[in-house]
Design a protein around this ligand. Structure first.
Ligand SMILES: Nc1nc2c(ncn2[C@@H]2O[C@H](COP(=O)(O)OP(=O)(O)OP(=O)(O)O)[C@@H](O)[C@H]2O)c(=O)[nH]1
Length: 662
């Protein structure tokens, strides 16, 4: 089939262009109108889908969920038996259909129910394939050629072999509250006299000793780095030290850090810093933190607070003692004799030494000479250095080491494993590369409001995690309460983070790591957050009325979310100058930074991430002429109906509401 226009295809299929356009929009196909051309394979897919739909309407007796009869059965049985199939770690929809003798179009439709839009040649991973064919009465087993799966199986814990391991600590807190100074203070006070003058190596994590016990600190402070690793599936940190400056108190990033640590289920120790300062008020910090559930022991809570001055090296010893205490209570243990594995904390290409990576061993003992694999990188441990720069021959659980000998630079968050030979390491790395090089790598969709109901039904979701960002504290509190009240017996709505301000990258990372949706009330995502959300497949919903948000959540939980209108963002422009024009009002001289602005679009005025007005365009001009649209890279004059309070630097977001056909 050659290229075909939308209206031609609609005619061929005997449906209206409007209906076809809505199908295409469902499939995320980028089309402008009924004159747009479609690629061959897309046209073919639509034809298959529509004819399948028509077919299934005719044959009413067919129950699509019933298991297909097994292809070949040795014995004749009356009950449909669950068929086992062996599948590779990646398979195309087409091949999968062939293997289980089910038309690929049926598989595509089922995937659409799961929220995945794919074409017939798209490859899905084993887990997705397994879930998919389960719907058709098949059970999938992964092909044994996947050595990683074997290794993972082998990694099952042997409780009798577990021995205590050192805690791994991440320092978090608001900007300038003293995270870096505190880490420096900890490292310096720990350098033994004999080593004085010895330079601490920054390899990504540092090891310090206290009373003969070891504590490991992650060198990059902050909750972003912590949650980024977590979003990649790596759980590294055992304890969070939350630094709060005694003269400044709880600030927005203090709250972010608390919520990121809580979402990860990691215990928090509070270090009230800068107690040397004249304005220091540790009691006020305790009071403030108690509002976030961090209640000091003397007030009947179970959070440990330590007063410190990172600058004057006061309280550091006590802090270390408290870390050891919390670690002891957490009973951190690992099997020192298991096959070694760990997480890459940091990696780089060193001019002289080639790829080097800092590894935090989590299990077993990593030794020089071990064959290793981490994502696409493999090799043999040539040499290892500890955080003091000393060459070491082995590294036990929790101990950070810089490893040399990788074929290429692995990524932070990759799991490193020891395997039996370098050959095996190479094979596993090649397999990994093969799987990951395809662009159409399907990641499991995170929670999306549209698909909530399906996932509730499948028992996948018991808690609906939400992150709320709002323009003011009052609306934040109101929305929190209103949403929490939406909880039902089956699903609990849980607000894992709420704050005032624009939706930022850290919110998206937290959502990704915790499978949460992000709700913006009168605020918008900044552009980095928007990009990251697309990449991480995080669902962002923005509202201007609390009841709309509540209605949507309720409807999604009942499987009745039927948005009548879908908002489509056309573009953004930045206000660069303002002019007062008689009979018109304020005209903003703008520069279109993204997409386009059209005369009939709606405009949203955003100031520092907060939506301050929504309305219609009154006039759109290029020089003296009224124009229908202005593309990105051009300047224009915009006046907004009934709104004159524009300021330089405001962002004007143009959008239209498209009706979604039911
Ligand atoms: N008086 C006093 N000043 C301190 C103390 N700790 C840190 N500071 C100062 O506070 C400022 C910020 O400290 P940093 O350690 O850079 O803070 P940070 O939290 O790492 O900051 P970011 O990395 O920017 O987030 C620096 O000027 C420090 O010298 C302290 O205990 N007392």
């Amino acid at each position: 089939m050659s290229k075909v226009r939308v209206y031609e295809l609609a005619k061929k299929l005997g449906i209206s262009s409007k209906k076809l356009i809505s199908i295409l929009e469902e499939l995320d196909v980028d089309i402008k109108n009924h004159m747009s051309s479609l690629e061959d394979d897309m046209a073919q897919l639509i034809m298959d889908l529509v004819s399948e739909e028509k077919g299934s309407k005719k044959t009413k007796n067919e129950t699509p969920k019933a298991p297909e009869p097994p292809k070949k059965t040795e014995e004749v049985s009356t009950k449909p038996k669950i068929q086992k199939v062996v599948l590779p770690s990646k398979i195309s929809i087409k091949d999968l259909g062939n293997r289980i003798n089910i038309e690929p179009v049926k598989l595509i439709k089922k995937l659409m129910d799961f929220g995945l839009m794919v074409n017939i040649n798209a490859e899905i991973d084993f887990e997705s394939a397994k879930k998919l064919i389960k719907e058709f009465g098949y059970e999938a087993e992964e092909e044994r050629e996947d050595k990683l799966a074997e290794l993972e199986k082998e990694e099952e814990t042997r409780p009798e072999e577990l021995k205590p391991r050192p805690p791994v600590v991440t320092v978090m807190g608001h900007v300038d509250h003293g995270k870096t100074t505190l880490l420096d203070a900890i490292r310096e006070t720990n350098v033994a006299a004999s080593e004085a003058g010895g330079i601490t190596q920054h390899i990504g994590a540092s090891q310090v000793e206290k009373d003969g016990k070891t504590i490991v600190f992650i060198d990059t402070p902050g909750h972003e780095a912590f949650t980024a690793l977590r979003a990649r599936g790596a759980k590294v940190t055992d304890i969070v030290v939350l630094v709060v400056a005694a003269d400044d108190g709880v600030m927005p990033q203090t709250v972010e850090a608390i919520n990121h640590a809580k979402a990860a289920g990691v215990p928090i120790i509070v270090a009230i810093n800068k107690i040397d300062k004249p304005g220091a008020n540790p009691e006020r910090v305790k009071q403030q933190l108690s509002e976030y559930g961090l209640i000091p022991e003397e007030w009947g809570g179970d959070t440990i607070f330590v007063n410190v001055s990172a600058k004057n090296r006061i309280g550091i010893d006590t802090l270390l003692e408290m870390i050891l205490l919390v670690a002891e209570m957490a009973e951190l243990k690992a099997d020192y004799n298991a096959r070694a594995s760990g997480v890459i904390i940091e990696a780089k290409l060193d001019k002289g030494r080639g790829p080097v990576a800092t590894v935090l061993v989590q299990k077993g003992t990593l030794k020089v000479g071990d064959a290793i694999v981490a994502g696409p990188a493999y090799g043999k441990v040539r040499a290892m250095r500890d955080s003091r720069g000393r060459m070491v021959k082995s590294a036990t659980p929790s101990i950070p080491v810089e490893v040399m000998g990788f074929s290429e630079v692995p990524s932070a968050g990759d799991v490193i494993r020891v395997v039996s030979s370098e050959k095996e390491a190479r094979e596993i790395a090649e397999k990994y590369q093969e799987i990951h090089k395809e662009k159409e790598n399907i990641t499991t969709p995170k929670v999306s409001l549209d698909r909530i109901f399906d996932r509730i039904k499948q028992g996948e979701i018991k808690e609906l995690n939400c992150i709320i960002k709002a323009d003011v504290q009052g609306s934040l509190e109101a929305l929190k309460l209103a949403l929490e009240k939406c909880s039902t017996d089956q699903v609990q709505v849980k607000i894992i983070h709420g704050a005032v301000g624009a939706i930022n990258e850290s919110d998206i990372l937290l959502a990704s790591a915790s499978n949460a949706i992000v709700i913006g009330f009168n605020v918008r995502p900044d552009s980095n957050a928007k990009k990251l959300a697309e990449q991480e497949k995080v669902d962002i919903r923005t509202y201007r009325v609390i009841y709309d948000a509540v209605d949507d959540i309720k409807a999604a939980m009942k499987g009745m979310l039927e948005p009548e209108f879908k908002e489509v963002i056309l573009g953004r422009a930045e206000v660069r100058a303002l002019f007062k024009v008689p009979n018109v009002g304020t005209v903003a001289g703008c520069y279109v930074t993204e997409g386009k602005i059209t005369r009939n679009s709606f405009i949203r005025v955003i100031r520092q991430g907060v939506v301050i007005y929504e309305g219609k365009i009154l006039s759109l001009k290029r020089f003296k002429d009224d124009v229908r649209e202005v593309m990105s890279g051009f300047e224009c004059g915009i006046a907004i109906e009934k709104f004159n309070d524009l300021k330089e630097g405001d962002i004007l977001e143009a959008f239209v509401n498209k009706q979604v056909e039911q």
